[in-house]
Design a protein around this ligand. Structure first.
Ligand code: IMP
Ligand code: MG
Length: 181
């Protein structure tokens, strides 16, 4: 199958995404009113979320990126994480807010939190657009969450399947090849 046949049920509409991103931006702006955050977005999936979120922040912020890949199968993370692109900026003494697309098993974020914590930031928090609680394998402190979604492979609004569908303005479930979505 290819193209739109792979786009299944809508999990989060564009309208709900935009409303929730606004709420998260308000909350973050309040919490960081006196300590401008350094947003650390995780490439590539967090890009649309980051772009919408940061434009709605009313506090000054800085921005940096990391890219990681977790070894494992196409749909399962192994917990062994490789840094493909590291931060440009030193984060010691900074108020760091990680911006992630989705927390699935939590293993990638678990590694990232340990790695960044070792660099001695003033504070380190996580803002994840989506989380799949049923899949969680490690317990993590996630300060800001957009939506909890069911245990389905999600695409759109940054999330890809084989690098496609990141440009959808909503989040949908991937329709599986056997027709079971
Ligand atoms: P974790 O280590 O299992 O939490 O996986 C985290 C990463 O796997 C996310 O940052 C995504 O890049 C990717 N991922 C997990 N679930 C999905 C999904 O449903 N759709 C697309 N990518 C996903
Ligand atoms: Mg990701």
């Amino acid at each position: 199958m290819e193209g739109e046949e792979l786009i299944g049920e809508v999990l989060v509409t564009e309208e709900d995404l935009q409303r929730r991103v606004g709420e998260l931006a308000d909350e973050i702006s309040r919490d960081y009113a006196d300590r401008p955050p350094l947003l650390v977005a995780i490439l590539k999936g967090a890009v649309p979320f980051l772009a919408d979120l940061m434009r709605r922040l009313t506090v000054p912020c800085e921005l940096d990126f990391m890219a990681v890949s977790s070894y494992g199968s196409e749909t399962d993370s192994s917990g062994v994480v490789r840094i493909l692109k590291d931060l440009d900026i030193a984060i010691a003494g900074r108020d760091v807010l990680i911006v992630e697309d989705i927390i699935d098993s939590g293993l990638t974020l678990h590694y990232l939190l340990r790695n960044l914590q070792a660099r001695d930031p003033e504070s380190l928090e996580v803002c994840a657009l989506l989380t799949k609680p049923e899949r969680r394998r490690v317990d993590l402190p996630i300060r800001y969450v957009g939506f909890e979604i069911p245990n389905r492979f999600a695409i759109g609004y940054g999330l890809d399947h084989a690098e496609r569908f990141r440009n959808l303005s909503y989040v949908a479930a991937l329709k599986q090849g056997d027709g079971a979505a």
